[in-house]
Write a protein that binds this ligand. Sequence first.
Ligand SMILES: Nc1ncnc2c1ncn2[C@@H]1O[C@H](COP(=O)(O)OP(=O)(O)O)[C@@H](O)[C@H]1O
Ligand SMILES: CC(=O)N[C@@H](CCC(=O)OP(=O)(O)O)C(=O)O
Length: 316
Amino acid sequence: MTNTEYEDIDVHEDLTDSQKSEVLLEMLPWLQEFAGSLVVIKYGGNAMVSEELRACFAQDMVFLRQLGLHPVIVHGGGPQINEMLHALGIESRFKAGLRVTDEETMNVVRMVLTGKVSRELVGLINSYGPYAVGLSGEDGGLFSAAQRMPIVDGHSVDVGYVGDVVSVDTRAVDDLIASHRIPVVSSVAPDEEDATQVLNVNADTAAAALAIALGARKLIILTDVEGLYANWPDKDSLVGEIGAETLRDMMPELESGMRPKMEACVRAIDGGVGEAHIIDGRKKHSILNEIFTTAGIGTMVAKGEGMQLRKKAKTQ
Ligand SMILES: Nc1ncnc2c1ncn2[C@@H]1O[C@H](COP(=O)(O)OP(=O)(O)O)[C@@H](O)[C@H]1O
Ligand SMILES: CC(=O)N[C@@H](CCC(=O)OP(=O)(O)O)C(=O)O
């Protein structure tokens, strides 16, 4: 190795040799615990905010695969859809956290998710190792959806071509996992009543449905906050752990952005997924911190009742 190459490597001078060893040793039991496990990761559009963060995410996916886990990604792209709609002079409207989707908007959603966000993510992961393969809920009959009518102020409202996943045929994803690929799934799904009509599925909802159907060990949702705040926006109320029953009771009071996310976590737990996590996608390598450290990060949703706030870290 030449000196020039050596200078290019980040040698983490801020850690002593013994601290580096401690970090590696802390990973060991978690590596043993999760080797061979299937983990569904929902990568939200708001967690894709910088080139550096996107690169770290891509690197983490390849790292997980090399360590023997099976990562399956469901990506979002809300802000990217908003941007494209704005460029086309179309207004973005949401009800209960779901995009009001007419035919014109549906075309833009499909184009941005499958034609832009998925392509860029697959390309970036493959720059670290040629494992990622993109597919949408339309491919190989992966998802079938029915129109979703969210409840607003006690009434169900029509938000247009918005769907909820009603069935999942995992075979296309199973094949990719069996060949050690990293599936990258876009949340667009055919209507169960007319497969030529596509529906816009919230990516958190799609990730939960896929995690349940695949029997995932964990569902990890990356977003743009540290986790769920019990008393939003009070930053001292970050939840460390919460039971699905307690979360279900909290649901009506949650604001729109968090609502589909928390519904997805509760559904995942009800459907047999071991744990669901909401973590901060704005922090580099947050997934590695969640899976391979004892304290974990963000909010964990598990079976049962109760809630514990997260203790403040001594150093950041
Ligand atoms: N109780 C809460 N805890 C944390 N965030 C909340 C809460 N209620 C509302 N939010 C908002 O939800 C947002 C995350 O939802 P959203 O913007 O839809 O994320 P994503 O694009 O990752 O799916 C946060 O940035 C925050 O503004
Ligand atoms: C029905 C609905 O709201 N669909 C979402 C799909 C993308 C998504 O969920 O993206 P994020 O995870 O980045 O929010 C939308 O149109 O924005």
